[in-house]
Every structure is written in structure tokens, then in C-alpha cells.
Design a protein around this ligand. Sequence first.
Ligand SMILES: Cc1ncc(COP(=O)(O)O)c(C=O)c1O
Length: 459
Amino acid sequence: MRTIIEPFKIKSVEPIRLSSRHEREEKLRAAGFNVFLLRAEDVLIDLLTDSGTAAMSSEQWAAVMRGDESYAGSRSWYRFEEAVHAIFGFRHVLPTHQGRAAERILFATLCRPGHIVPNNTHFDTTRANVEFTGAVARDLVIPEGLVPSAHHPFKGNMDVARLEALIAEVGRERIPLCMLTVTNNSGGGQPVSMANVRAVSALCRQSGIPLYIDACRFAENAYFIKLREDGYAGRTPLEIARELFSYADGCTMSAKKDGMANIGGLLATNDEALASKERNLLILTEGFPTYGGMAGRDLDAIAVGLREALDEDYLLYRITSTTYLGEHISRAGVPIVQPPGGHAIYIDAAAFFPQIPALQLPGQALVAELYREAGIRAVEIGTVMFGRRESETGRETAAAMELVRLAIPRRVYTQSHIDYVVEAILEVWKRRSEVRGYRFVEQAPILRHFTARFEGIGG
Ligand SMILES: Cc1ncc(COP(=O)(O)O)c(C=O)c1O
């Protein structure tokens, strides 16, 4: 059969509510044109994030019922630890309430002012947590990774020559760790090849720099390696994931992505002394080391979810449905980051609205239009998220790219939902020349995109 179907049937449904354009216009204004400030019930198709939004399987719900809520040494913890060991292979595992807690503990333990942390592209919380320690976050993705229209099978790859140059320039002592984000979320959900992981690992090992993987979407990355990299077609996603992690010294992970869970995360390392320092911080802010920031039932849901995320039927459906959305809009001319990523489609808002300069926030404008048009919630990944405002002068600097991300929650929406999204995007595309930009009216000094308020320019 050529038709690729959702490899599950639906056992429990959650209604979503259709609304009028007039109603949506009012809600959008009340939210200061920031879709993070909308009520979820006012959103029809929620593509804000793939984080924590997965539909859990019947096996995961059964695991939830098995959850052991003992404070210390619960059975849930041992099941979680075993699943993490089986896939990731790192010696020490610390459970955290989500990915950023793992980041905070890792960077607080390793980073100091004057340090530099290279990554292919830091995710926003990763960057913020590095910077919070006084260190500098440096993005070193390959040049193709910064050109939305450029085709490359592994656009998430790290530029190894630039990493080498950075180490030579600042010295190994100022680089407490190097990170690789798989897949590269902020760079378009693009995968990193095994060859690149191997090359980065070799350079880091030769320089004595620990390599950490930001493993949020490790299963999707493993599947892309299987599909696109020579020598991996016959390997299972689990075997590929294990090989990938074998080149690293540790990882951070938000289990809200390929953990198929609604909350949770982990920090893992092979370094015993470091793990012991990190455990002390874990106890201070997250909880006892056998539950971290999670309930026993969450640990159990993740133990099952991590394995389900590596199922090949699931991964085929997952990657196919994201590609379907990307191909249908790009065939009609909509500029997207090519090729389609694993968990999301990224529209190039700068090319979509060439009449809107970066500092007038074209991504923000597209996000507002998608909500107005069809009740779809997407997220801006451009100047709102990554631009800078100098506190003394108020001068704004634009981000490297103006993207809008349509993130697909795992196992939540069906083909007809995706067809609806395609139709809505094409409607906005038809009237793209009429759309104007936005400006900030309120913004916080860090992670401003969550709470900022905007107004339209010229009406
Ligand atoms: C690549 C990456 N790293 C880290 C995080 C942070 O994880 P969390 O939201 O669980 O704190 C995310 C979340 O979206 C992510 O995509």
C-alpha cells in the first residue's frame, strides 16, 4: 500500500471548538497579539509546540496507573533508569521536571563568566541558561543551516572547522563543554548526521572538552540518519540512537518531545564526580535523585514513551505527516525551510512578507494572520524570540532568520487537520501583500517572546 496511515486508532477524544473570524480578532487584540497569551480553548489547531503536547498511548496510561509514588527508590524510578540506560547508555541519570531544569543544573555546575559554550544552534532556554551563568552561547551550525531555501540532508550539522578555530582562538580552558542539539530545533528541526557527531566528538575528545547532546528529538534524528545516511538503512532507530550517544559524554533531554510524555526531563553523564555535584543541585531545586521533579507516574510514562518514540511505524508516520504539510505548502510557492524538518515546518516569514522589514517582525505578523484566518496557533522564531534590545539605548537588533514554526504534536492531529492547516496557510499566502508589520509595546528583559505585547503598524 502506498498510503501511509496513522499507526494507531483513537480511543479517547477531546473536542476542539470552531470560532468566527470576528471572535478570533477580539481574542487576538485582548492577548496583545501574542498567541502565548491566548486561552487554549480559543485555539482550533494548536501548533505552538510539540513539547508536552503528545497524546499518550494506552500502554503509557497503563504505566501511569503502575506509578509508584514512594519518596525514595520507587519502582517507577528503576523502570525509568533502565529505559534511559538501555537507549542512552550514560552511567548516571538525573530526573528533572523538564529540559530546562537539566540545562540549569548542567550549566550551573560547569560554566563561569568568560566561558564559551558552542552548540549547532542553542534552543532559547539553553541559550538563556548558559547566559545566566555569565558564559557566552555560540552557535556554529554549518552555513547551509542559515539559508532556509538551501537543501542539505543534515542541515543541523555543526561546522567542525569553526569549532576547531574557536578552540584554537579562545583555548580549551574557556570551553567547559560543547553541545549538539538533535534535531536542531531553532535551526529548522534539521537533523545532525552520524558522521558529524563522530567528527565533533573526535575533536572534543582530542581537546579534552566534554560533548553533550541536547537529546529532545533523538528518535526523529535517528530516523533521519536511517533514511539519509549511507550505511544506516538496515539499522534500527534504537541501534542508531545508541551509536550516536556513544560519541558523547552526557545529555540533557526534555522528555516532553521524544519521551512522548506531557512533562519530564533528564540529565545524564558518564562523569561520576560531576554527577555527584549535579545531584546536590538536583536535591536543592528538583527533589530527591530517584524522582527529581517528577511524580512516579511521570517516570513510568516516560519509560514507555522513550521506547515508543523509536518504533519504526510511528517514525515513518511522524516524518511523513510533517513532510506532507511542508510539501503541500511549498509546492504552492510558500517559502519554507528546506527540506521539511522532523517535528515542525518552518515558514520563512521574511520571504513570505518581503514588504515587512525584520524589525517590524514579519514572523509575528504571520503568526497573527494564521490565528485570524483559521484559529491556528504557531510560534515566531525570529526577531521576537532571538532579536536583542539594548537596555540603555532601546536599539533593536534583528535575529539571523525570521521563521514561523508550525510544530506538530505527536499522535494528536489527523490527516484532515493537516489539510485544514494547508488550506489556511494558502489563504494567507494569497493576500500576503496586504499584511503589515508589528511593534513591541511591552517586553521582558529575558525570554521576551512569552509575555511581550504588540501592536500593528499602520492600523
Ligand atoms: C532543543 C530543545 N532544548 C531544550 C528544550 C527545553 O525543554 P523544556 O521545555 O522541557 O524545558 C526544548 C524545548 O522545546 C528544545 O526544543
